[in-house]
Ligand binder design. Structure first.
Ligand code: PMT
Length: 396
């Protein structure tokens, strides 16, 4: 639960994207956040307060003069209890009023009276978004320290296509989690490998392994949340990149090698999570192998380059972190890999713990000794690994 204990006021303004705010309440709650919803009068035309009350488990505030607050000061009390206010969707009108310091309803009054950060996810028609008035307002809001989330581009409810769509609820959730994550890798460039590689035997067959990519993607996401600029070189996996991460898709170990070596010198930190095939097929067939050709096809293997060892050998190269998946003797084998590849830090996991699932059990080995981490979801372990890296590299 990445937002455990966080108190968030979710402001909902009038726009068709208001229906997506209902899903956002659910997502924030699932991550442990305590969500209090406040709606503008316009928002109640799109979704009823009852929907948000049912999802948040709390009465919804829509009126500045709400009699439920004994002191009649909902606009003060709600924001005083909050760690942040998230407004999604934030309409053009709402943003204009906040940019100009207006306070003529509960939400704008609360925003003006707040002593916590404001995150706003704009949602409007593309012409409204591109208008000079909105440009001016957005510049003012950015200068005032408002954290603007999006908007995205794409098809709009009105049928037009362009910038102004609200970010999806999952994307807003990611931004809120990132907002609360200490920026221990701010300004760092992090390069991560993830997933399996696929070594072709013929155009339809190949040698691969059971890496799902989850551990590597979690590391890329955690590094991005920690403020790093992250490039993820990924073998074939079944999901999209973490938000804000630049993903380079590769298939084979040779492609992964080329993609990493082209970027390694630029990187400050390299984390090799991928399960790279040690060997590739030297005599891969150009056309599909036919069973009726007679006999078992001879498959010759040739060694792949060791990407991590090569990056670690670079003069002025990045701080290198390896992974080791072992079926036994974890400490002995992981430490041997660390020495052989000449890297300062390696994360060891047992094959049965690491491959595939959402959880893992990691042990970190570095010059200071052995650091077992409590078994946990890969997202949690990735955050701890990132903190450990930041500590070793003097960033935190
Ligand atoms: O993807 P998941 O399903 O979430 O699973 C995660 C994982 C189990 C794959 C991951 O946690 C993990 O342990 N990855 C390393 C797998 C492994 O044992 O790699 P290795 O022993 O072959 O290599 C050791 C290190 O050298 C790794 O950092 C690897 O990325 C790197 N290496 C290996 C070979 C090679 N040719 N180039 C490399 O860079």
């Amino acid at each position: 639960m990445e937002l455990q204990g966080k108190r968030i006021v979710l402001g909902v303004t009038g726009g068709i994207a208001a229906y997506k705010a209902a899903e956002l309440v659910r997502l924030l709650g699932r991550q442990g956040a305590d969500v209090q919803v406040a709606m503008t009068a316009a928002a109640t035309h799109f979704v009823t307060p009852t929907t948000f009350q049912a999802l948040s488990g709390k009465p919804v505030f829509t009126d500045q003069w709400d009699a439920r607050m004994p002191n009649a000061m909902a606009h003060i009390d709600l924001s005083r209890q909050a760690d942040c206010i998230v407004v999604a969707p934030a309409s053009a009108d709402f943003l204009a009023r906040v940019a100009n310091g207006l306070a003529d309803d509960l939400l704008t009054t609360m925003v003006l009276a707040r002593d916590c950060p404001l995150l706003a996810a704009p949602a409007m028609n593309r012409q409204m978004w591109e208008s000079q008035a909105t440009r001016r307002n957005m510049a003012q809001l950015a200068a005032d320290g408002v954290h603007l989330l999006g908007p995205a581009s794409g098809e709009q409810a009105c049928g037009e296509v362009g910038a102004g769509r609200m970010l999806e609820p999952e994307e807003i959730l990611e931004e809120v989690i990132a907002f609360f994550t200490p920026k221990v890798l701010a300004g760092r460039k992090v390069l991560v490998t993830a997933g399996p590689t696929f070594e072709a035997i013929d155009p339809v067959r190949g040698i691969t392994n059971l890496s799902s990519g989850r551990m590597g993607y979690a590391v890329a996401r955690a590094a991005r949340h920690a403020g790093a600029a992250v490039t993820l070189v990924s073998g074939p996996v079944g999901f999209g990149p973490p938000q804000g991460v630049d993903r380079i898709d590769v298939k084979s170990a040779l492609e992964m090698h080329a993609a990493v070596m082209a970027r390694a010198v630029e990187a400050d930190i390299f984390v090799a999570v991928a399960a790279v095939a040690d060997y590739r097929v030297a005599n891969a067939a150009e056309h599909k192998l036919k069973k009726d050709a007679g006999g078992v096809p001879p498959i010759e293997l040739v060694e792949n380059p060791d990407i991590l060892a090569e990056v670690a050998a670079l003069k002025d190269g990045p701080f290198c972190v390896g992974f080791a998946a072992e079926s036994r003797n974890l400490e002995e084998y992981a430490q041997a890999k660390r020495r052989r590849k000449n890297i300062p830090l390696i994360a060891g996991n047992l094959i049965q713990d690491g491959f595939g699932g959402d959880d893992n059990r990691l042990v970190l080995f570095d010059d200071n000794g052995t650091h077992p981490l409590t078994p946990a979801p890969k997202s949690v372990l990735a955050r701890q690994l990132v903190e450990h890296i930041a500590h070793l590299t003097g960033a935190a």
